[in-house]
Design a protein around this ligand. Structure first.
Ligand code: NAP
Length: 290
């Protein structure tokens, strides 16, 4: 059976978010289904906030196999599911849903995706001082992952209260201490002076605002490792500035491929062809950039 024959037994997966028209996930997952000859298809679904409950009911009604969840629904979907696994509960955000006989379980593959990204780059974080920018769903996944590796972490966010809430929750679940500060030039200067690892988990710098960066490039130094989990563009303004400063840079596209691969494995039970997914994501990004 070819992966893309449209037939009545096709199992449907997809991504729900708003917007989704530039998502590279359909290209990534369909390439993987094709590679393994699986009878699945993956589609983008634009779902506005006020229709999320109907859309989630649609996963059940239409017997879809699973769904990735993206901005702005990663938190608001939680009460609409039958079950949320312990990791996603602790992170407080769901990016993958599995439908098993009409019962929907939410999970989170962003944290493990981030860990795989560090691992494939050979980064040992045990003794690192990490600065994480942002306190949304992605930041919470990154903080969780870094804490599990023993890093000490300072969270900086535009809205201070969200940084504090994130730090408090993460401390409760990981048993480590986190500092929480407002994202401003003074706090960035102080935090980066003692940091080895900087992770941007805000949406700043994401297309169509690709010229923006959360950090003044002058604060970046050769000894910093700079990870930007924003993957569109592939090389963000922050990464360009960091490269100029001689820092080691890591983009978010491989984390995207890993979180996608882990979702794929939840739905299909098959080992994901990560390299195929990565290449398909890069090709799709190039097409969108034209
Ligand atoms: P989110 O929950 O909406 O959080 C957005 C974060 O960005 C918040 O901390 C927000 O601060 C901050 N922010 C937004 N605009 C800002 C601005 N103008 N100045 C300063 N801070 C600003 O989104 P998310 O799900 O965490 O996603 C964040 C980014 O990570 C997105 O670009 C997403 O595409 C990317 N991501 C990548 C991967 C991957 O696999 N590579 C996975 C997940 C997410 P406030 O709290 O003050 O609003």
């Amino acid at each position: 059976m070819t992966g893309f024959e449209l037939n009545g037994r096709k199992l449907v997966c997809g991504v729900m978010g708003d917007p989704v028209e530039h998502s590279v996930s359909p290209a990534m997952h369909n390439a993987a289904f094709r590679k393994l000859g699986l009878n699945y298809v993956y589609l983008p679904f634009r779902v506005s906030r006020d229709r999320l409950a109907s859309a989630v009911e649609g996963i059940r009604a239409l017997h879809m196999a699973g769904m990735n969840i993206t901005i702005p629904h990663k938190v608001s979907i939680i009460p609409l599911l039958d079950e949320v696994d312990p990791l996603a509960q602790r992170i407080g955000a769901v990016n993958v849903v599995h439908n098993k006989d009409g019962r929907l379980t939410g999970g989170n593959t962003d944290a493990e995706g981030f860990l795989r990204l560090l691992k494939e780059q050979g980064i040992e974080t045990h003794s690192l001082h990490a600065v994480v920018l942002g306190a949304g769903g992605a930041s919470r996944a990154v903080c969780f992952a870094l804490a599990s590796l023993g890093s000490d972490i300072t969270i900086l966010n535009r809205t201070l209260q969200k940084a504090r809430d994130c730090a408090e929750d993460m401390a409760k679940y990981t048993g480590r201490t986190f500092a929480a500060l407002e994202l401003n030039p003074d706090n960035l200067t102080k935090s980066l002076a003692r940091a080895d690892l900087l992770v941007n988990a805000t949406s700043l710098g994401m297309a169509p605002h690709a010229g923006e960066s959360p950090v003044n490039g002058k604060l970046l130094e050769r000894r910093h490792i700079v990870v930007d989990i924003v993957y569109n563009p592939v090389v963000t303004r922050l990464l360009r500035d960091a490269e100029k400063a001689g820092a080691r840079i890591i983009g978010g596209l491989n984390m995207l491929a890993w979180q996608g691969a882990l979702s794929f494995e939840i739905w299909t039970g098959c080992r994901a062809p990560v390299d195929v997914m990565r290449r398909a994501a890069v090709q799709a990004m190039k097409r969108y950039a034209k």
